[in-house]
Design a binder for this molecule. Structure first.
Ligand code: AMP
Length: 280
């Protein structure tokens, strides 16, 4: 497995390959788990060269302490990628990715306005910026993103369309722990007990899904989720919303013209977790 640390080095590597081989990109922030490795495996199906990037992107963190406490496990990450058969790992430094301090600001429109956009101001701008940079540096034909961060997936799809990146954006299903908790690098910051408690997130989404399918009422589904969280002390609900999966504008009345997704964010022991479930 080739390790590339500098932008110029990646350009020298990737340019001669560009029109000879299909290139798949898996952007990550490291602290890799099976969810990330599933993205690499999915990339291997269509791409002759798979590049995984590991970059804890400061531009997408709206809280300094979240960036400071973000897990970093580079050696273990490299071992996992090697074992999965990843071809190249790109590990740039922030100073090289952002030499100018002030970042480009993009108006992402409605898709980035609510839910993660509302609760993490500036987050999607940082995501869009780093993905645009990685596309320009790694020149992928395909790029892989998890359903776990579904609003991010659609922000990146919009970025790709609006800026005409010649990249096909692929979505990979959410990998979960046995108790239903979505795998996340941030789970490393939870105790065993907190991980058990955090399974409430998936349970609440499933309960809300059941109500929505049976009663078609968003108000009832929200009541149920709030009740489930109110009965627990150590985990706190940040938001639960129901939206069209390509818009992310919270719906008040359930309409089924387009695929609908249930989105939830919660906080446990100072760690913020998100998850979602398609209605069907
Ligand atoms: P991150 O390292 O958290 O920025 O995630 C890198 C990529 O892995 C993103 O596209 C995420 O959506 C995806 N990802 C993270 N967790 C999961 C999971 N549990 N299942 C599937 N994909 C995931």
């Amino acid at each position: 497995m080739k390790i590339i640390e500098h932008i110029d080095e990646m350009r020298v590597f990737v340019k001669p390959l560009k029109f000879k081989k299909t290139i798949g990109l898996v952007p990550t922030m490291g602290a890799l788990h099976q969810g990330h490795l599933n993205l690499v495996e999915q990339a291997q199906e269509k791409s002759q060269v798979v590049i995984a990037s590991i970059f804890v992107n400061p531009a997408q963190f709206n809280k300094k302490e979240d960036l400071a406490f973000y897990p970093r496990t580079l050696e273990a990450d490299l071992a996992k990628l090697e074992e999965t058969g990843c071809d190249v790992v790109f590990i740039p430094q922030a100073e090289e990715m952002y030499p100018n301090g002030e970042h480009l600001k993009m108006a992402l429109g409605k898709i980035g306005q609510f839910m993660e956009g509302e609760f993490r101001p500036g987050h999607f701008n940082g995501v869009a910026l780093v993905i645009a940079k990685l596309f320009n540096i790694c020149l992928p034909d395909y790029a892989y993103f998890g359903q776990k961060d579904i609003q991010q997936y659609y922000v990146i799809e919009k970025l790709t369309q609006d800026l005409s990146f010649p990249v096909s954006i692929e979505q990979v299903p959410t990998a979960r722990e046995k108790n239903g908790l979505a795998m996340s690098s941030r789970n490393l910051r939870l105790s065993q007990e907190q991980r058990e408690q955090a399974s409430l997130i998936h349970q609440a989404l499933r309960a809300a899904q059941k109500i929505l399918l049976a009663e078609k009422s968003i108000a009832l589904a929200k009541d149920q989720v709030q009740k489930m969280f109110a009965s627990q002390k150590i985990i706190h609900l940040e938001y639960f919303e129901v939206a069209y999966a390509d818009e992310f504008l919270p719906l008040e009345v359930l309409r089924l013209e387009k695929p609908v997704v249930l989105c939830l964010a919660a906080e446990i022991g100072g760690v913020r977790l998100i998850d979602n479930l398609p209605l069907k």
